[in-house]
Design a protein around this ligand. Structure first.
Ligand code: APR
Length: 230
């Protein structure tokens, strides 16, 4: 079976009701990154950071996977599919995708501030001041903040370099190192980009832009893939 690697960003969850970051009325229009999504923010005001992510968690728990998430899960019947996502929601998993790499962490999990190998599933929507790991230190959201390393990036680069087909859905490709992943895709393979506003990727060879939302675009992608298999 061919390897399909799908790189997703906030745009794939937009039709599930989760706001993107950089659009008009995007999340970063209403919050300052340095107040809620950096180690400095955590140092300054833990309660504010926890509350910001508690809201994101509640929104995620109330959202449902859309037809784009589900379409990608269905592809597993015919391809080896790996989803590499920048999203912290769990909509790919809830749609049935079995191979999901989270580059920027997971909103449903917490992590020890003393020992980063201690990661827990959060019960419900809230992580509070006073919630501690088994060694007694405060738990933080299991999120990669701006200014922190992206531990999964090397694994992700290796996965992309072995792709037979590469797909990008709903990312502005502005945040590195994640955005640099596209350059690890082998030159000769087809590269689909699904986005209502195709980001600047003109340097890529064998580009197939699909200027559409994720839900409409994944349907078009599936038709292309059927032709590729013939
Ligand atoms: N379907 C598909 N794509 C869409 C849709 C939709 N319905 N609506 C918007 N988009 C596209 C936008 O055109 C844009 O290209 O989704 C992209 C969203 O871009 P960003 O908001 O920048 O999100 P993303 O690229 O995932 O951000 C990367 O930045 O702050 C962070 O850590 C956060 O992982 C995130 C990273």
């Amino acid at each position: 079976m061919k390897n399909i690697v799908v790189f997703t960003g906030a745009g794939i969850s937009a039709e599930s009701g989760i706001k993107t970051f950089r659009g008009s009325d995007g999340l970063w229009e209403n919050y300052r990154i340095e107040d809620v999504a950096t180690p400095g923010a955590w140092h300054k005001d833990k309660a504010l950071v926890l509350e910001f992510y508690n809201q994101r968690r509640l929104q995620c728990l109330n959202a449902k996977p859309n037809a784009a998430h589900k379409g990608l899960a269905q592809l597993e019947k015919k391809f080896n599919v790996t989803v590499i996502t920048q999203n912290i929601d769990n909509l790919h998993e809830r749609a049935g995708s079995s191979n999901v790499v989270h580059l920027h962490g997971e909103i449903t999990k917490s992590r020890s501030t003393l020992d980063e190998s201690l990661v827990y599933t959060i019960n419900g929507a809230e992580l509070k001041i006073g919630d501690t790991c088994e060694k007694g230190s405060q738990l933080r959201p299991h999120i990669v903040w701006f200014g922190e390393e992206v531990p999964m990036i090397e694994i992700a680069c290796r996965i992309v370099s072995k792709a037979d087909i590469f797909v990008v859905i709903g990312s502005s490709l502005l945040v590195y190192p994640a955005a640099g992943l596209i350059d690890y895709a082998p030159h000769a393979i087809p590269k689909f980009i699904i986005d209502p506003e195709i980001p600047p990727v003109n340097h890529l060879e064998n580009l197939i832009p699909i200027e559409a939302t994720a839900v409409a675009g994944v349907k078009i992608l599936i038709k292309h893939l059927e032709k590729l298999r013939d």
